[in-house]
Design a protein around this ligand. Sequence first.
Ligand code: ZN
Length: 355
Amino acid sequence: MRRKKFKPENFLIRSDKSIKLGPSVACDGGLAGDELHHVISHAHTDHFSKSKIESTWVEKERPVIVTEATSKLLTAYKINTIFNHDRVVIQEYGKPYSYEDGTKITLLDSNHILGSAQIQVEKDGVRYGYSGDFGENIDDFINVDYLAIDATYAGHYVEKTWDRETGLERLADSIKENLNKGPVNLIAVSGLMQEILSEIGESNFWDDSKLIIGTQQIQKFSKVYNDYNYRQPAMYIKDGLNEEKLKVQEIRSSDRYLELATSRKQLKSQPRGVTYHVKNRNIDFEEPIVEDKHEPNYFHVALSSHAFSDDIFDYINNVNPKEVMTDSSRSETTARIMAEKINEQFSAIKAYPSL
Ligand SMILES: [Zn+2]
């Protein structure tokens, strides 16, 4: 029988936000030491950088391992995975891949954005895993002893008075209604933005042409989402060529248009019409859409692509690890609180924050 070799130095989160899953795998961040495999969990830039991926390709001469959708979405950040096809390994969800050095890697859907993955690594008889950023309603869970977990929401309990599907529907309806009256602005992070656009497009809403303003990055993401059957609209680009910028100015002076942004600063300081600001963190709202107390026609929308509350504990329960390391690389406080909650909830699991 192979001896199981677990060493704490093979399971940690480093300052470049890379998650070391055993001696041979780094997930997100970059390849720091002598790992052979670099997995990118999903196409959100708070998890990786273009230069780290290029370093994997050029300096370490290693491929990056991603899902097909993630490889396509990476082109929105000018990371050309098509040109570098020999340096990209595409893994399908649910199909374990055994590499020559004896490392076995499995990617499973994490229900966060298109292409996002949970990562399971088996090496020398030890099973390590990373949840990646994960959403609710996951069907397949990784099966690991050592789990590194996304700690965006600290596991605090919130009474849910409405579900995500309802929030999404209400937002889509509200946007459609207001688009009949005047300009509408929508701020949402990549992925969630395309999910909202797809919800709006459900009733063939994009079939008659609408005036939509976006950015190059939003447009690239939408093209990929469209390929995966999420209905997306065509758009004019505000950070494009001069000719197109003039067209955008012309649209902005009309009375019916939808302007898309991934952050508040991509909009003018006083945008015309109604603005919806979708923010991951407003999960404890009693209603999914709430008007700002001081700014009329500015709505805060509580929608997230991250699991929270019970769903986090359900996730841990399903993975059923021996140890859980909560990710401190974004917030030390939430990681510490989440580890405490897990220890309270599960007596058989040892939970601790990274660092
Ligand atoms: Zn993410």
